[in-house]
Design a protein around this ligand. Sequence first.
Ligand code: KIV
Length: 263
Amino acid sequence: MKSILEFSRAQREAQPIVMLTAYDALMARLVAASEADAILVGDSAAMVVHGFPSTIHATVEMMQAHVAAVRRGAPEIVVVADLPFLSVRRGKVAATDAAGALMQAGATAVKIEGVAGHDDVIAHLVESGIPVMGHLGLTPQSVHQLGGYRMQGRDPEAASRLRSEAGRLEELGAFAFVLECVPAALAAEITAERRIPSIGIGAGAGTAGQVLVCSDLLGLDPRFQPRFARRYLEGDELVREAINRFARDVRAAQFPSPQEVLA
Ligand code: KIV
């Protein structure tokens, strides 16, 4: 997809939207050359790339560098960039500066976790011409308040709160929203109630699209294998084996070969 307008077209035509994270130019190029629709420069970069224990460690500067690298690798595809921890909680001016920095780095849109207490910021960004994707359910920037990475919306009160938050996002002009770790039946109901598409992760098959973290899809981290994230490659084993072959070749004086020696 080249524009956010294609999200609503896909929803109207019941075409599932496919989004994948990327944090660097190499992965962005691979995603852009694939059948996926859009790239998410998630603040999961703080964990996947930088090795932090949570997304709380992502900063605007960190996200800006990843967005710029992704955009250099994928000049045309829709790139959604996460506004990191607290960046939307310091008032409209700070949030607009942060969103502006990500847009100038090459993002097509920004993603914002939650809605309560910063709906004015969402409305202001939309009115300023910045497309906003919401993020409801398990919002990892609030992991400590949520008491861990747990399924959300299980009891009737929490389910009804999620429903109204999705409605509020639509009213505020968000073009889509991520639904993370929400019971499948609830996610399907919320999706059916909304005119903007939901992109699910751990939210069952009834959302308008799906998003995965690239290292989960590629099976690159054996320490992290959530049940909802299908591994399409045993990347960890494959990469380790390739490195081991290189090490063995060097030690056996099999690398470089005469053909690989520059004259
Ligand atoms: O940061 C991220 O990768 C995300 C996805 C899990 C949706 O927000």
